[in-house]
Ligand binder design. Structure first.
Ligand code: S3P
Length: 424
């Protein structure tokens, strides 16, 4: 990261479309009858993996610039896959598609990259099996590759121990095919993009507290889906704007769904100047975010807010490293089973920059305010670690060298150039 003599970050930017919502638009559009048009689709490697899987399941998908046209074939329109389904690095693809494949009249083999082959799949195998699914972990380790043999499924009421939208969505998608109503209760509500978008396509989904309820066999119809900017991508610019002296930036059209907006609440609680402009609340809510340099202070982050900022914890740790005082992050065990072990990856790289940080079983303790020095960063092939430490580099003495820095293409291919465009 070459950034000598930056005097701040200034200007406007639009971050790419939301990753979670992009995946869902392709999946649900494939299961709907007729044409689905998706605008501002995220052309990141993860979402392209989802497109590739549905093409292999016989769906005709056109991909022109940031508009996607899906020629959906209805709930019973998927064909036996022409080959192994490869989800790449994408947990969302792997877990959500499993709920769909579990109900198909054919067998599929589903795998992904090295990271995916280490991530826990028992969390979906267990509830889907309770519905009647036949899912085998081919290496017997509860990870991909999975062999999924389609079966007739039954509705269940599942009580999940974790607040996971991937688990909830896998069950709701299987519930589309079940013989009775399906319910998922979570300890706290996870992101609800599936519920919102399934309703747009015509499904009968309702939310009762932390329980999502879906009626089976809806007639899903093709829809127009406009994808908001990804708040998880905006998070790097929120942090950069707050911590680099002299900064003043406007991030346009960001999704601010309350199940995702924990980063905004944390930024404000740390003393950050962040203002929401042009708010819109139709479907997925959006706003423009105005961020200016702020003197941050440490806080404790724990409990129900954690699922609303789970992917932002590495960049929150960078903010905490520059803040006055101590930041404590708790209740974030799930960080250990993301694209990398994000507790270890964050602590190791922040320590190497000279920050006083300790990893705990469910989070970390960061003593902020010290000087950070440039270092060699190992992102563990994890896009969010690479982007977090590119931002950290902006306030370090010296600069970070980020190994395999192109892993950002998983969720944000133009990240480095978008960041550099704001340098003054
Ligand atoms: C996602 C849910 C979250 C999140 C991931 C995307 C989704 O994972 O970390 O990046 O699109 O449903 P979990 O369901 O494992 O919490």
């Amino acid at each position: 990261m070459k950034h000598h003599k930056i005097k701040g970050l200034k200007g406007e930017l639009t971050v790419p479309g939301d990753k979670s919502i992009s995946h869902r638009a392709v999946m649900f559009g494939s299961l709907a009858l007729g044409t689905t048009e998706i605008t501002n689709f995220l052309q990141g490697a993860d979402c392209l993996s989802t497109i590739d899987c549905f093409r292999r399941l016989g769906i005709d998908i056109e991909n022109e610039a940031d508009t996607i046209i899906i020629h959906g074939r209805g709930l019973d329109g998927l064909a036996a896959p022409s080959s192994i389904l490869d989800a790449g690095n994408s947990g969302t693809t792997t877990r959500l598609i499993s709920g769909i494949l579990a109900a198909q009249p054919f067998e599929s083999i589903l795998t992904g990259d090295e990271s995916i082959q280490k991530r826990p799949m028992k969390r979906i195998m267990e509830p889907l099996s309770m519905m009647g699914a036949d899912i085998l972990s081919l290496r017997g380790n509860d990870c991909a590759p999975l062999r999924i043999t389609g079966k007739k499924l039954h509705g269940i009421h599942y009580y999940s121990k974790i607040a996971s939208a991937q688990v909830k969505s896998a069950i709701l998608l299987a519930g589309l095919y079940a013989d009775s109503v399906t319910k998922v209760t979570e300890p706290t509500i996870s992101r609800n993009h599936s519920e919102i978008m399934l309703r747009t396509f015509g499904a009968n989904v309702r939310t009762e507290g932390t329980t999502a309820v879906i009626e089976p066999r809806p007639a899903l119809k093709g829809a127009k889906i406009q994808i908001p900017g990804d708040i998880s991508s905006a998070a790097y610019f929120i942090a950069a704007g707050l911590i680099v002296p002299g900064s003043d930036i406007l991030i346009k059209n960001v999704g601010i769904n309350p199940t995702r907006d924990g980063i905004i609440k944390v930024a404000k609680a740390m003393g950050g100047n962040i203002t929401l402009l042009n708010e819109s609340h139709a479907g997925e809510p959006t706003a423009d975010l105005h961020v200016t340099y702020s003197e941050l202070h440490g806080i404790t982050i724990e409990g129900d807010i954690i699922p609303t900022l789970i992917d932002e914890i590495p960049i929150i740790a960078i903010m905490a490293a520059t803040a006055k005082g101590t930041t404590v992050i708790k209740d974030a065990f799930e960080l250990k089973v993301k694209e990398s072990n994000r507790i270890d990856a964050t602590v190791q790289n922040l320590s190497s920059m000279g920050c006083k940080v300790t990893g705990t079983d469910d989070g970390m303790i960061i003593r902020g305010g010290g000087n950070l020095t440039g270092s060699v960063i190992d992102p563990h092939a994890d896009h969010r670690i690479a982007m977090s430490f590119a931002v950290a580099s902006l306030i370090a003495q010296g600069e970070n060298e980020i190994l395999n820095s192109d892993c950002v293409s998983i969720s944000y291919p133009s990240f480095y150039s978008d960041l550099q465009r704001l340098y003054i």
